[in-house]
Design a protein around this ligand. Structure first.
Ligand SMILES: NC(=O)c1ccc[n+]([C@@H]2O[C@H](COP(=O)([O-])OP(=O)(O)OC[C@H]3O[C@@H](n4cnc5c(N)ncnc54)[C@H](OP(=O)(O)O)[C@@H]3O)[C@@H](O)[C@H]2O)c1
Length: 292
């Protein structure tokens, strides 16, 4: 299968390129800007792909508040362009979305029937992109994921490891709950969907899916696990003192949802895809980094 991947140098994009056992045409942002319909047309004409996976996004949650135009250009217009071009060429589109389209008020995990209500520009721009795709082109999978980490790119795990070199004590927010999800697991789910027997058959279960990763934690609990594993692997020599603090003690330009745990039942029922296990994936990531 010929797969065209956009945003191919990001956390998930890189994993997709590494894992795909197909003919891959990978485009970073410098080679293909998804907000430019003409560039997309040229690439699609050149590759003539069987499927497009969009891993491109504007992902700077705080910066998006003051950089609205660019956030919407990438996350909303970019998604719209992709849906249009996929429709014109009858190409299935797999797209990644975010837990930040929810407001976090729900006490239990979010499923696909819950109403989105983003509390920041990033979430709002992503939601608009999701809505364009759903309206324009039925042959889509939108996979909503949360708290992405991995070997490639910047993320919370790497920040914690960097801080471990500089500090003995850290204060981490303990009242925002969700689930870390590895870029590796996200890439695998997308590729598993493409590889199902029914893929692109008339009865294929297109649509919106939430990817659940277990166990659900707060950022504080996530940090505690990172340091526990890093210490067990000998990556840090001294214990890190961690203080649990409320979000009000760590003000950010935009509020985060208090709960953004996702419910993966639909993914399990329709594709027999299990929930991700982030603790196991964290260990693989740390082992990989430790060897470098
Ligand atoms: N990161 C998270 O915690 C998180 C959480 C939930 C959902 N998600 C979603 O998961 C998906 C993958 O995220 P990620 O963590 O892999 O993000 P990432 O590491 O920031 O990668 C996104 C990639 O998109 C590229 N990009 C930006 N603007 C573009 C454009 N106009 N055209 C083409 N490419 C462009 C970026 O390139 P440059 O670096 O050159 O700009 C970057 O390589 C996104 O849809 C994101 O919204 C992420």
């Amino acid at each position: 299968m010929k797969i065209l991947i956009t945003g191919a140098r990001g956390q998930v994009g890189t994993e997709l390129v590494n894992q795909a056992d197909h003919q891959v045409f990978d485009y970073g942002s410098k080679e293909l800007d998804i907000s430019d319909l003409d560039q997309l047309k040229v690439a699609v004409q050149h590759v003539n792909p069987h499927v497009i996976i969009n891993a491109a996004a504007y992902t700077a949650v705080d910066k998006a508040e003051t950089d609205q135009q660019l956030a919407y250009a990438v996350n909303s217009l970019g998604s719209k362009n992709l849906a249009q071009i996929c429709k014109e060429n009858n190409i299935p589109l797999l797209h990644i979305s975010t837990d930040y389209i929810y407001d976090g008020e729900k006490k239990s995990p979010y499923n696909e029937n819950d109403t989105p209500n983003p509390i920041g520009v990033y979430g709002a721009s992503k939601l608009e992109g999701d809505e364009y795709i759903a309206q324009i082109w039925h042959k889509h999978i939108i996979l909503r994921v949360s708290w992405v980490f991995g070997v490639h790119g910047n993320n919370f795990v790497k920040t914690m490891l960097r801080l471990a070199e500089q500090r003995d004590e850290l204060s981490i927010v303990d009242d925002q709950f969700g689930a870390p999800t590895s870029a590796q697991a996200i890439a695998k789910v997308l590729l598993d969907i493409i590889e199902t027997k029914q893929f692109n058959q008339p009865d294929f279960a297109w649509g919106l899916y939430n990817l659940q990763s277990d166990p659900g934690v707060s950022w504080f609990e996530f940090a505690r696990e990172i340091f526990k594993q890093a210490q067990a692997l000998g990556m840090i020599d001294k214990p890190m003192k961690l203080n649990a603090i409320p979000s009000s003690d760590f003000p950010t330009p935009v509020k985060r949802p208090a709960n953004s745990k996702l419910d993966g039942n639909k993914l399990q029922q329709n594709f027999n895809i299990s929930n991700a296990d982030w603790q196991e994936d964290l260990q693989s990531m740390l082992i990989f980094i430790n060897k470098q």
